[in-house]
Write a protein that binds this ligand. Structure first.
Ligand code: BES
Ligand code: ZN
Ligand code: ZN
Length: 489
């Protein structure tokens, strides 16, 4: 699919599907021109259907040969003072989906861009076109419809081709994360995550290190060893490092990469277990973000770390009551093998700390409790450093991803204390997202650190604006924004 820029008048262009945007409180010039060319057919239909051009509202109309395009789609931008970059992205995604639905081939898009980053246009289009259909056989009677091109009309502002290219690069990175989340555990294995990471070595300043089972054992990553020991799939520890010539600082991103979480011997009930192929959403976000960062060659050093494995019940599984010696030599009493993410992350965080980062962020589908607390749209954000928490919150907001700061209540630390080891992997009955975060804090050393519990937003049951159904790629845009905006204190 091609995205091109045109300074033609939208009405004179050869597109077959013409999309024009209009505000609720002030119709755009192109809306008026088009309405006139169609003998007021648009305003007539708008009146009849009470179409008000509210944000994301759609009105479509066959032109019956009156203009070159055979379909016109009017899309509402809402009130002019509420028009934001994220709304622009949402609208482009909604329009792209509608174009596929209406079997459009060449789409023209006339939408004001003066006040927002232009990369949101192509980002929205490409995010809207993503659909997980890899495993659906093609029906020869009804083949999948593909839009061939999008033409972006320059209305009053010129559009920068570089920005459009950038939006496509970013979207491909988010869509990569979505695809990895959507792929089932028999396809997306720890080995596949490692191969995906290794494919980034083709870009300048980028190298990738992968440890298999033997090396993980040799290094003593006790958490990753224990969680993976019931599985046949080989665990992988993945380190992507991107070191440009000039750098504003050093960031470390850490992702939970459980390609399947059955719960292990503390096995999950059947209902809910089938969803646990998404338990590598954190790893997917890190891979997506690194993919964008190395392609854009940002001027900041970034390391992506992933602990990848499967949590399975077996004769070799780790057991509730086992005492593990972790990568940092601290010991953990396992009280529930389903609280496995924190064990894998603990080792990755210790590895990260040794890189001496200016800032570290981990992303993990860590607790059901976080979804109980915040619903599924927000991720929980935990940090013992107010400045770093604020930087990550700001990045999330600029990225259009919802994050909410949660308390790292030290008083709950007593619930993860163990009589038999340094700490246990299970907290008390309340505040499960918090006790999980406190466990991670025990392993992050003196690094400036922030934990994002993304159990909710990693996966959605329904599409919403630019957000896709299924894997969402949540976190990619926040990490990218953080890398773009990071300034050393
Ligand atoms: N992967 C799950 C958390 C999860 C639940 C992610 C639902 C996405 C959707 C995690 O490993 C887990 O099982 N957590 C337990 C922790 C408990 C045993 C302390 C949980 O949340 O129930
Ligand atoms: Zn679990
Ligand atoms: Zn898990």
């Amino acid at each position: 699919m091609q995205i091109q820029i045109s300074n033609q008048k939208p009405l004179e262009s050869n597109v077959d599907f013409l999309v024009i945007a209009s505000f609720e409180d002030e119709s755009t010039a192109v809306y008026q021109e088009l309405d006139q060319a169609l003998n007021q057919a648009i305003s007539h239909k708008a009146n009849k259907l009470k179409f008000k051009a509210k944000a994301k509202e759609l009105l479509s109309l066959d032109t019956l040969g009156q203009i070159k395009a055979n379909t016109v789609l009017v899309v509402g931008l809402g009130k002019k003072d509420k028009y934001s970059a994220i709304l622009l992205r949402d609208i482009c995604a909604i329009v792209a989906r509608e174009a596929v639905k209406q079997k459009a081939t060449h789409v023209g898009l006339a939408i004001p861009t003066a006040t927002h980053p232009q990369y949101e246009l192509s980002l929205g289009i490409e995010l809207g076109l993503y659909k997980f259909d890899t495993f659906i056989s093609v029906d020869p009677e009804n083949p999948k419809h593909l839009v061939e091109s999008f033409t972006l009309f320059e209305l009053n502002t010129s559009i920068d081709a570089q920005e459009i290219k950038k939006g496509q690069t970013i979207a491909q990175s988010v869509n990569l994360a979505r695809q990895l989340v959507n792929e089932p555990a028999n396809v997306c294995t720890p080995t596949k995550l490692a191969q995906t990471a290794q494919s980034l070595e083709q870009y300048p300043n980028t190298s990738v290190l992968v440890w298999g089972r033997d090396k993980i054992v040799e290094e003593g990553m006790g958490g990753l060893i224990a969680v993976s020991q019931g599985a046949t799939e080989e665990p992988k520890f993945i380190h992507i490092s991107y070191k440009p010539q000039t750098s504003r600082g050093r960031l470390v991103f850490v992702g939970k990469g459980l390609t399947f979480d059955s719960g292990g011997l503390s096995i999950k009930p059947a209902k809910g277990m089938e969803e646990m192929f998404i338990d590598m959403g954190g790893a997917a976000a890190v891979l997506g973000a690194l993919t964008a960062i190395v392609q854009l060659q940002l001027d900041i050093e970034v390391h992506g770390l992933i602990g990848a494995c499967e949590n399975m019940p077996d004769g070799n599984s780790f057991r509730p009551s086992d005492i593990l010696t972790m990568y940092n030599k601290k010991t953990v009493e396992v009280l529930n093998t389903d609280a496995e993410g924190r064990l894998v992350l603990a080792d990755a965080l210790h590895y990260g700390t040794k890189l001496n980062p200016d800032g570290m962020v981990d992303l993990a589908t860590l607790t059901g409790a976080c979804m109980v607390a915040l619903g599924t749209n927000y991720c929980g954000l935990f940090s013992d450093n107010d400045d770093w928490a604020q930087s990550v919150l700001n990045a999330a907001q600029a990225a259009g991803e919802k994050a909410w700061r949660m308390p790292l209540d030290e008083e709950l630390f007593s619930t993860v204390k163990s009589k038999r080891a340094d700490i246990t992997n299970l907290g008390g009955p309340w505040g499960g997202a918090i006790t999980a975060a406190l466990f991670l804090k025990f392993f992050k050393g003196d690094s400036t650190w922030c934990h994002l519990d993304i159990a909710g937003p990693t996966h959605m049951s329904k599409e919403n604006g630019y957000i896709s159904e299924g894997g969402t790629g949540f976190g990619v845009l926040t990490l990218l924004e953080l890398a773009k905006s990071f300034k050393k204190a």
